[in-house]
Design a protein around this ligand. Sequence first.
Ligand SMILES: Cc1cc2nc3c(=O)[nH]c(=O)nc-3n(C[C@H](O)[C@H](O)[C@H](O)COP(=O)(O)OP(=O)(O)OC[C@H]3O[C@@H](n4cnc5c(N)ncnc54)[C@H](O)[C@@H]3O)c2cc1C
Length: 385
Amino acid sequence: MDFYDTFLDETHRALRATCRKFAEREIAPHAVEWEEAGSFPRELYRKAAEAGFLGTAFPEEVGGAGGTPLHALMMVEGLMRGGSTGVVASLTSLGIALPAVVQSGDAALIERVARPVLRGERIAALAITEPGTGSDVAGVRTRAVRDGDDYVVNGSKTFISNGQIADLFVVAVRTDPRASRSRGISLLVIEADRPGFQRGRNLEKIGFHAQDTSELFFDDCRVPASNLLGVENAGFGYLMESLQQERLVLAAGACAAAEGCLALTVDYVKQRRAFGKALGELQHVRFELAELATKVQLARTFLDELFLRHMAGEHLVREVSMAKWWITDVQFEVADRCLQLFGGYGYMTEYPVSRHFVDARIQRIYGGANEIMKELIARQIGLDD
Ligand SMILES: Cc1cc2nc3c(=O)[nH]c(=O)nc-3n(C[C@H](O)[C@H](O)[C@H](O)COP(=O)(O)OP(=O)(O)OC[C@H]3O[C@@H](n4cnc5c(N)ncnc54)[C@H](O)[C@@H]3O)c2cc1C
């Protein structure tokens, strides 16, 4: 047994196994078909809710399963071994969209928004990024002006995961243009059927083909003031609150995907023959896989420590930033070098290693680009003191 497993209890292991089986049964067999179709069925959300893991880390009082952040990590780990990063990112997007609703929404919003999403009946998305600002979250310009009992919203968002299929969006808007940049931002729940809201293109991407990523437009879109989350102009703080958990989930998913990619490559090189031998008997191939296995093991060991400290309530900005950039870089390196060992077959979309390769690329950009992580680390190691 790994050290890793020593701090998991039965509920963690059972959840990880359930999610892994779900990915093998409900996602992996359809991966190619969904990639070609450019979407996956909404039904998958309801199935995930029925399997009991969609609301893993949300409190029971709001319709969740009442798990801990470690349960959420186990869920993502189990799902990611299936090798469909894009589908998993979409399916678990409530993990980034709902925390602000649950923490700052009133009872009516919890009833109207959180519960149906946790039951898998409605789909939620988080909309922060705009054409003019991404990494610089405080640069949000989509404007919300109070008018009687409503806000009137104008502006646009881009790169929004689930933009085509979401029923509602948690949208970062500027409510006070005079306040210093991060202080004038609020979060509004905007339902997709409000007049003045329009979905733009489903953007064409190099990977994540089964997951939609879209532009959104708001043109004098009226939203009741009761859809405001928490206090006006405090939205930036709400977004930052769930950041460490979100980045740790991303790093854990990256590690699990790298492990899955490594496992399918080990299987392949034992089967494929060249020059009268299995590829796995060639020293170069053995050394490649030994090196990658070492890096993945280091990632796993680092994550173990972070899981424990995160669960103990430590605020690990430095270490979580390190894990996010380093492990997503490792995931990409593993996918790239494993693909090479598949030869031409690795370049064929019907081989899952090709999906590992394209899907791993985005992990280094979203959730805070890896360069932003390095900037955070630089600040944390005293460079600005
Ligand atoms: C598939 C996909 C799904 C996404 N899903 C969502 C979603 O659901 N919701 C949402 O709101 N957004 C989403 N995004 C947007 C994503 O979060 C942003 O793309 C990301 O934050 C980077 O912002 P940007 O693209 O504007 O790049 P920019 O901010 O323009 O940065 C470009 C590059 O410049 C460098 N850089 C920027 N700032 C610094 C700095 N301070 N120091 C050093 N280097 C720097 C980095 O290398 C960075 O990658 C998604 C994006 C993609 C591609």
